[in-house]
Design a protein around this ligand. Structure first.
Ligand code: NAP
Length: 318
């Protein structure tokens, strides 16, 4: 299929790029690096390879009259204008499920790190402060109340882990799930009011923008800890910084930020915050599984017009 032209709109994972290059004719971010060459090749581009953080706006889709499929390396696809793709009959695929364990593990890790102050403890020993006296006491995780905002594939994997810590689990989502044995709470604010740890794991995009606002943080309370492994856009970052600075909440563990990879200095300066550079799915095993799935979606589409994991909008009939 080396005659099939694929445009990548991001620096592809080294686990994915060679797979695509071996089979397709890959144009690596040509629209950004060489617009004149891109203009010549654009009518032939039949696929886009993107990541979960990529932007694939309607304007780009419009420039590609032969486009048939957008394969996203990631489960979140909030940067892709799916409505514009669908209107043109362009398939969009993503990589759900293979990353559930890793993202859930990281959510637990951030919660434990923020509650037990693990980065500060590490520095305390390494800086030779231990002989001067003990560290201040931290907060208990086991047996506490976890509230999960978004109880989909990853949210449920987080809930499973919370149960192993003897935590109670409640959740909010767009609708209650009759098949789940957890308490449904209608709004993030009401959920925060009855949670010690509030874990955010919804999709990004317009519908969840600033879902976690100043009111939700106030409801979480002075001892509450926020964990965000969803998207930076889901949390009002300005409100979060204010809440942390003023002791409105007790702490936070964050993997995602509004303007990645730039993290506000005010957030980086806070002692009771644990930060990670968007590494939710960042293990070799999981990134390999994601790369294989993203490649297989492309490959099987061009082999027999089937895909393994379409986004829900493209899986729906009609
Ligand atoms: P999923 O199975 O589609 O679950 C999404 C959940 O969010 C569902 O329970 C859904 O509720 C809920 N939700 C959607 N819109 C909402 C809204 N407006 N208000 C409240 N709840 C809402 O997705 P997933 O596979 O678990 O992945 C979730 C997200 O995690 C991804 O979209 C991505 O942004 C993020 N993620 C981050 C990393 C990382 O590296 N940190 C890695 C992977 C994924 P309903 O069922 O009621 O619609």
């Amino acid at each position: 299929m080396s005659h099939i032209d694929v445009l990548s709109v991001t620096k592809l994972s080294p686990l994915l790029e060679p797979q695509i290059r071996a089979v397709f004719n890959l144009h690596d971010r040509l629209h950004e690096t060489d617009p004149a060459a891109f203009a010549k090749i654009a009518p032939q581009i039949r696929a886009i390879a993107a990541s979960g953080e990529s932007k694939v706006p309607a304007a780009l889709i419009e420039q590609l009259p032969a486009l048939e499929i957008i394969s996203v390396f990631g489960v979140g696809y909030d940067g892709v204008d799916v409505a514009a793709a669908k209107a043109r009959g362009v398939m969009v695929t993503h990589t759900p499920n293979v990353l559930n364990d890793d993202v859930a593990d990281l959510a637990m890790g951030l919660m434990l790190a923020a509650a037990r102050q693990l980065p500060a403890a590490d520095r305390y020993v390494k800086d030779g402060k231990w002989p001067t006296g003990p560290m201040p006491l931290a907060r208990k995780v086991s047996g506490a109340r976890m509230g999960i905002v978004g109880i989909g594939r990853i949210g449920q994997a987080i809930a499973q882990r919370a149960l192993a810590f003897n935590m109670s689990v409640a959740y909010t989502a767009r609708s209650a799930k009759a098949d789940l044995p957890f308490k449904y709470v209608a709004t993030p604010e009401a959920l925060a009011a009855e949670s010690d740890y509030l874990v955010v794991i919804t999709p990004g995009g317009a519908a969840t923008r600033k879902l976690i606002n100043a009111d939700v943080l106030k409801a979480l309370g002075t001892k509450g800890i926020l964990v965000n492994v969803a998207r930076g856009s889901v949390v009002d970052e300005t409100a979060l910084i204010e809440a942390l600075q003023n002791g409105v909440i007790g702490g936070a563990g964050l993997d995602v930020f509004e303007n990645e990879p730039n993290v506000p200095e005010a957030l980086r300066a806070l002692p009771h915050v644990v930060l990670a550079p968007h590494i939710g799915s960042g293990t070799t095993q999981t990134r390999q599984a994601m790369a294989d799935l993203a490649f297989n979606n492309l490959n099987s589409y061009f082999e027999n017009k089937t895909v393994h994991t379409p986004v829900p909008e493209c899986a729906a009939k009609g």
